[in-house]
Design a protein around this ligand. Structure first.
Ligand code: ATP
Length: 419
């Protein structure tokens, strides 16, 4: 019999739900387990509301029946033998059929068949994620630990379950780095070597850009990102994704600036739809040739690509700004830029105060100024669109931005146009 776990640090509500699932398993003669991150975090005393249930047998059928009993919504993926239930109380639980997997070639997606809980645990990434808890009433709370996951969890080790694990699925390299940084654990010496060997074999070239991108997004959403980036650097993992890509040497400083930019934008630009992910990517992908190559390799969306490029361009353009620049000059210079590189640029540690003020003023105020006189207004007054017409329009708007005029009337006077 496995170790029986202490459930005292999970909420009684969750505990009751798990018991209900176990009782339902008993009634329908299926063994059911809670697995993965929930168990890992229960054992390390962290809250994790991602509840993954493994059913020995058909999880789609099981979840369908349980959802009826709970009056919840069920979404099934028959192809993957998985289902999710959203309960009336808002909790979402994932159900998967215990399965065994085989990899036909490195980096390919595995072929999947029904299996036992032990087979299911053995196909997982690391021992600390290969822990399950029995839910049937007679064995409720018993740990299933066929890979010494509990020992590794206590020792703080990230350990794969077999020699070929990283070759089968190189995304596990990123996952290892993420768990290591998050829990302040250590990837075992053997696995560090396997990571280097896998990279050396070029297996990363076989996986899709989208999958790599997802892993990097996951890393960027963690707290201990600088530690994780150090690891990426030690393994030269970014260079293995594309030879032009290196983690910036001053990453930690950029990371602090990104955090400040996001926080500043959330309080100072509450109505602006800021893409915080783009700001995070600006810390990692800074060199123009790498931006081009990596965006293409990782299939980054055009908008993100444009924002990353804008950031490098902005660095040059900011030199044209001076402490004496008028609001219209600030507007003219910064208007081509989206808010993300501006907010990020503003928080760079070497930025003089006056520049921070000017960018801040642009983002919170100038950017939103609506012209008192529009092109339409000028056309109504008999002017024809032309180069001179655009110059006139800009002259009007610049005067407005600089506070020289405050009504349309004053603008017409300035432009010498009959009202
Ligand atoms: P996190 O807290 O990062 O979300 P998690 O353990 O919930 O951690 P998921 O990505 O949701 O992580 O995956 C759930 C479980 O599925 C993991 O605990 C692990 O057992 C297994 N798993 C996920 N990805 C892989 C993979 N690439 N290879 C093998 N097993 C995996």
């Amino acid at each position: 019999m496995g170790e029986v776990l202490d459930f005292s640090n999970i909420s009684p509500h969750i505990r009751r739900l798990l018991q209900e699932i176990g009782m339902f398993g008993e009634e329908t003669s299926r063994s059911v387990y809670v697995v993965g991150g929930f168990v890992r975090d229960l054992l390390t005393g962290r809250e994790n509301l991602d509840i993954d249930i493994v059913v020995e047998g058909d999880a789609v059928d099981f979840a369908g029946q349980l959802a009826k009993a709970w009056e919840g919504q069920v979404h099934a993926h028959h192809q993957f033998k998985t289902a999710a239930i959203t309960r009336l109380d808002g909790l979402k639980l994932d159900f998967v059929s215990a399965r065994s997997e085989t990899y036909s070639s490195p980096g390919a997606l595995p072929s999947v068949e029904y299996g036992t809980i032990v087979e299911d645990l053995l196909r997982r990434d690391f021992s600390i994620n290969a822990l399950a808890i029995q839910l049937r009433p007679d064995t409720f709370g018993e740990l299933v630990d066929c890979t010494d996951g509990l020992r590794d969890l206590r020792a703080g080790h990230i350990r794969t379950l077999h020699e070929q694990s990283f070759v089968d699925d190189p995304t596990r390299i990123f996952r290892a780095i993420r768990y290591e940084g998050r829990y302040n654990f250590q990837i075992t010496a053997g696995d560090q070597k396997r990571i280097l060997d896998t990279i050396e074999q070029g297996v990363l070239d076989l996986i899709s850009g989208q999958r790599i991108r997802n892993e990097i997004d996951h890393i960027l959403s963690e707290e201990a990102v600088p530690q994780m980036i150090n690891r990426l650097r030690e393994f030269d993992l970014l260079g293995a994704i594309h030879p032009t890509w290196k983690a910036p040497p001053d990453f930690d400083i950029l990371w602090t600036a990104a955090g400040q930019a996001i926080e500043w934008a959330s309080t100072s630009l509450p109505n602006e739809p800021i893409n915080t992910g783009a700001i995070l990517w600006m810390t990692l992908l800074t060199a123009p040739d790498a931006i081009e190559a990596v965006s293409s390799r990782l299939a980054l969306e055009n908008q993100l690509y444009a924002k990353l490029n804008a950031q490098t361009q902005l660095e040059h353009d900011l030199n044209a700004l001076s402490a004496l620049s008028k609001p219209s000059e600030v507007y003219h210079l910064l208007n081509p830029y989206p808010p993300e590189p501006l907010a990020f640029g503003m928080m760079q540690s070497n930025q003089p105060d006056w520049r921070v003020e000017k960018i801040g003023d642009y983002l919170t105020h100038l950017m939103r100024v609506q012209p008192l006189v529009t092109g339409e207004d000028l056309i109504q007054r008999g002017l024809k669109p032309s180069r001179a017409f655009s110059d006139l329009l800009w002259k009007a708007f610049a005067a407005q931005l600089n506070g020289q005029v405050s009504t349309a009337q004053e603008i017409y006077q300035l432009l010498d146009i009959e009202k």
